[in-house]
Design a protein around this ligand. Structure first.
Ligand SMILES: CC(C)(COP(=O)(O)OP(=O)(O)OC[C@H]1O[C@@H](n2cnc3c(N)ncnc32)[C@H](O)[C@@H]1OP(=O)(O)O)[C@@H](O)C(=O)NCCC(=O)NCCS
Length: 182
């Protein structure tokens, strides 16, 4: 990725549709509280619509991360059109690399490109000596959860207050994943 690619991020259509959602079931209380994810079929599939699109704020965020110069930022192109990105930054304090974005256009999914970008990210982070990849998905993005589970990531935690109350009402709870590199 170069700075010239930033305005072109709007070419990617990163929305998705899911016909299931992960419900967060809680158990216990106090220091023995627990969380469990349970997949539930939706009567009406969840459509992310344009919420993942690279709007001006998100493009500015990607630019800022790119210009730091210490991460891994890759683009996938078909012809002259941008079709996907991997946007990762190191977190030196705990020796991990955080995947901010792994987003592909709807047209190029299911053909191994996601795996290819993920593996490039893992190889880069391993070469740099980081101990794990870390990333976050949402409980209503079951297709991405399945993808990361398939990549060998393991569930690392649920954070029900990460988003606003409105998001929680929509069934959008943050879940964190880890991919050990050691
Ligand atoms: C998630 C995403 C990056 C996956 O990329 P992809 O190119 O479609 O995935 P691949 O074709 O490389 O699939 C890799 C493996 O994951 C599996 N997989 C991918 N999506 C899956 C799904 N929805 N359900 C089950 N398995 C899935 C594939 O079967 C494949 O397995 P295999 O290599 O053992 O045959 C892509 O679908 C995407 O951009 N989605 C929308 C944006 C998004 O949600 N990004 C993640 C934000 S947190």
């Amino acid at each position: 990725m170069t700075e010239d690619d930033i305005p072109r991020l709007v070419e990617i259509r990163p929305g998705f549709v899911s016909d299931t959602v992960l419900d967060v079931e809680t158990s216990g209380s106090g220091i023995e509280a627990g969380w469990r994810l349970v997949e539930r079929k939706l009567l009406v599939p969840f459509d992310k619509g344009h919420d993942y699109d690279f709007d001006a704020t998100e493009r500015a965020n990607v630019r800022e991360r790119l210009l730091r110069g210490d991460g891994l930022h890759l683009v996938a192109e078909r012809g002259r059109r941008l079709m996907g990105i991997l946007d990762m930054l190191p977190q030196e304090w705990n020796s991990t690399a955080f995947i901010w974005n792994l987003m592909l256009d709807q047209e190029v999914r299911g053909k191994g490109l996601g795996r290819d970008l993920f593996e490039r990210g893992a190889n880069w982070a391993r070469r740099m000596g980081y101990r794990a990849l870390v990333l976050e998905t949402q409980t209503n993005n079951v297709p991405a959860c399945r993808f990361y589970a398939r990549m060998g990531c393991r569930l690392d935690g649920v954070r029900s207050t990460y988003y606003t109350n409105t998001d929680v009402e929509r069934g959008e709870v943050a879940i964190f994943w880890t991919y050990p590199l050691e």
